[in-house]
Design a protein around this ligand. Sequence first.
Ligand code: ZN
Length: 182
Amino acid sequence: MHAAHFAGRAHKNQQRKGIDAEPYVNHLLEVAELVAAAETPGDVEVVSAALLHDCVEDVGVTEAQLVAEFGERVASLVMAVTDDKSLSKDRRKWLQIEHAPHLPRDAKLIKIADKTSNLRALVRTPPTGWTRERLHHYVVWARAVVDACGPVDPVLERLFDEAHALAEATYGRVDADRDDIP
Ligand code: ZN
């Protein structure tokens, strides 16, 4: 609950990119819920890291702050799923696929749960301004990251597969004659 409260405060001014501008904390709670629902669930530190997984990348919380508040293991799990924002977006996306096989299992749980939550949100309320092509690319990329993790947890993988199937049915095809594709 300390992590949930900390994350809620850290992300208080952030909303999801969808048209309904859902409070960002909903995403963090969903990722934590998924990690706890795995066949072999994450322990309390993994669930805490799931709640905190975007706070370094998105709202500038430091690793040192996480160590002080939650200890070394939680901090290192958050850092394992944090992109290096000094790199280009394309490079960061590529590195997620490249790094995924080498992540510790607990970080993989968070990674798969994160992609599941993001695909669900994409179907529920697509981000404003995203072209259909961009949505399609996200769906393909999310699958590539999860596949790169290798077998981790059958329950989480099934939940990801369900979210992915729905997203693929929604955005899987890019029609050549659509005029919203740049
Ligand atoms: Zn996230």
